[in-house]
Design a protein around this ligand. Structure first.
Ligand SMILES: Cc1cc2nc3c(=O)[nH]c(=O)nc-3n(C[C@H](O)[C@H](O)[C@H](O)COP(=O)(O)O)c2cc1C
Length: 177
């Protein structure tokens, strides 16, 4: 299950998830959650009877063998909408054991990456490093001038997508053994 931390229509993180979807092998089903903006601000008073949007968010994640988060860095932090959505999960022990990956498509955003790791580890998610590629100048994950389709067909960028899915397949196979 893929989740973009950006609500922006032209979001590069969302585009990366769409490129992943296009490159997804047949034996894996990949869905992208696109309702992050409908989740109300977290209120612990409402945690026992959460609003429908939160129930839908949890139901989406419950179907996952792995959650893939792609978030922009805003003012040296992860996106507020994503942090808000994660806060609604803190009391949900069943969800928190899930494997989670967080690729970083930005070559300069490293502070939010560390913050994300801290948050996910604190919440009790099982963070899968092998499925969390980090873009570098020599090994970019996207090109902002290209569409998701063009990224998926690109001779070099497509290799990154394939490598991601190989790592996911390996993880899921090893876990099943
Ligand atoms: C309000 C704001 C704050 C930002 N702060 C940072 C930052 O601290 N570090 C960084 O590397 N990029 C920062 N950026 C750049 C975004 O991370 C970048 O535009 C990213 O592509 C946005 O994600 P999206 O394309 O998925 O919407 C900021 C952008 C905005 C609009």
């Amino acid at each position: 299950m893929g989740v973009s931390g950006s609500l922006r229509a032209a979001s590069l993180n969302t585009r990366f998830l769409h490129a992943l979807s296009l490159a997804c092998p047949q034996h894996i089903v990949f869905h992208i959650y696109d309702k992050l903006g409908s989740i109300p601000p977290f209120n612990v008073d409402a945690d026992e009877k959460p609003p429908k949007a939160v129930l839908d968010w949890k139901a989406f994640l419950e179907q996952s063998d792995m959650i893939v988060l792609a978030s922009p860095e805003y003012a040296h932090g992860i996106s507020g909408v994503l942090k808000n959505a994660l806060d609604w999960l803190v009391s949900d022990y069943q969800l928190l054991a899930r494997p989670i990956a967080f690729p970083n498509i930005s070559v300069r955003a490293s502070i939010a990456q560390k913050q994300m790791e801290e948050i996910l580890n604190t919440m009790g998610f099982s963070v899968i490093d092998s499925c969390s590629p980090r873009a570098s100048t020599n090994a970019p994950l996207i090109n902002p001038d290209l569409s998701a389709e063009e990224i998926a067909a690109h001779p070099i960028l497509s290799l990154q997508l394939t490598a991601f899915w190989k790592a996911v397949s390996n993880f899921l196979i090893e876990r099943a053994l």
